[in-house]
Design a protein around this ligand. Structure first.
Ligand code: SAM
Ligand code: DTB
Ligand code: SF4
Length: 331
């Protein structure tokens, strides 16, 4: 959808916007289900990039320490626990600029993906920049979706990150699409951007060919020590408008109400679900930041008569077997 059209949609009277978003939602997602995704940071901290919102950048003193890549065996245990708790997607994040084929680190990631993909959940990874070959190998190893956010408008992006460009992000997304993985791509609200920046971001996302399979909308969690620690939060109404406009812009995508739910009331989240959000991160931790307790989320869904998305029967798989001995972990 083009910017002018998005702006017309976004600026409608609030209830008109909600009505339109709800109609689009019901036409595409009649099941009243919410997808539950569990996140795990498999390689935390010490990142070379300077994304001003991120607690994992080595450039800022945030209290998040650099850790090594987790052992496959420990990751498998976490993935299995996520599956037992009802998650249907397991998303592994690494604080890297990117990965390169032929490195030990990448081989280890491929091994992790192969093991996790046997558990019968959708496997998502977010590892930073990829080339064509890396994308092909990840797909072959069993990755369902690759998360790589554009985060904001092309115009606002250089004010947030200087160590890579908006175009670099688009190039990675192209490689992911060419390799046949689903694209999970969205952004953050609350980084000092204007409403027009948010709509420009949606314009870029909705013009992807094909459109993304999922669109995470994160509300900035201001991390102490980062340049954005004091950023002005977006209002509840602007957040709901953004969710509704996203639903209209990418009707067939899961719209994931992502980071920042610990600062949202149940009523705010309810309006986001009404406006078209149909996926959340589930479990009490995101990558480094906190998330609502799982029981609290399940209770909210129940109050709203929403059900957790049912696992895809084609993906059911046996329990984790005893872990094989591994090569030493790398940072
Ligand atoms: N290094 C990889 C990358 O940059 O794509 C993967 C990890 S990165 C932490 C994944 C996404 O998390 C970012 O693109 C951003 O949208 C989101 N994120 C990170 N820190 C955040 C924060 N403090 N508040 C909200 N969203 C955040
Ligand atoms: C996304 O858009 N949000 C998730 C996931 N993709 C990887 C990450 C949120 C991170 C929140 C801050 C933290 O935990 O450090
Ligand atoms: Fe590194 Fe990703 Fe954080 Fe940027 S968002 S500093 S690339 S981990």
């Amino acid at each position: 959808m083009r910017f002018d059209e998005l702006k017309r949609v976004y600026e409608q009277p609030f209830f008109e916007l909600l009505k339109q978003a709800r109609a689009v939602h019901e036409a595409h997602w009649p099941e009243n289900e919410v997808q539950l995704c569990t996140l795990l940071s498999i390689k935390t901290g010490g990142c070379s990039e300077d994304c001003s919102y991120c607690a994992q950048s080595a450039r800022y003193s945030t209290g998040v320490d650099r850790e090594q890549l987790m052992e496959t065996c420990d990751i498998l245990k976490r993935a299995e626990a996520a599956r037992s708790n009802g998650s249907t997607r397991f998303c592994m994040g690494a604080a890297w600029k990117g990965v390169r084929d032929g490195t030990k680190r990448f081989d280890q990631v491929l091994e992790i993906v192969r093991s996790v993909s046997e558990l019968g959940m959708e496997v998502c990874v977010t590892l930073g920049e990829l080339g064509a070959e890396e994308a092909r190998k990840l797909r072959e190893a069993g990755v369902t979706a690759y998360n790589h956010n554009i985060d904001t408008s092309p115009e606002h992006y250089p004010k947030i990150v200087s160590t890579h460009t908006f175009q670099d992000r688009l190039n990675t997304i192209r490689h992911v699409q060419d390799a046949g993985m689903s694209v999970c791509c969205g952004g953050i609200v609350g980084m000092g951007e204007t409403a027009d920046d948010r709509l420009r971001m949606l314009e870029v996302l909705s013009e992807f060919n094909p459109q993304p399979e999922s669109v995470p909308i994160n509300s900035l969690m201001p991390m102490p020590g980062t340049p954005l620690e004091g950023a002005e939060p977006v209002t509840t109404f602007d957040l709901i408008r953004m969710i509704a406009t996203t639903r209209i812009a990418v009707p067939g995508a899961k719209v994931r109400l992502s980071a920042g739910r610990t600062n949202m009331s149940e009523e705010t989240q309810t309006l986001c679900f009404f406006a078209g959000a149909n996926s959340i991160f589930y479990g009490d931790k995101l990558l480094t930041a906190s998330n609502p307790q799982a029981q609290q989320d399940l209770a909210l869904l129940e109050k709203l008569n929403l059900s957790p998305q049912t696992p895809n029967p084609a993906l059911t798989a046996p329990a984790v077997e005893a872990c094989r001995p591994l090569e030493p972990a790398m940072s």
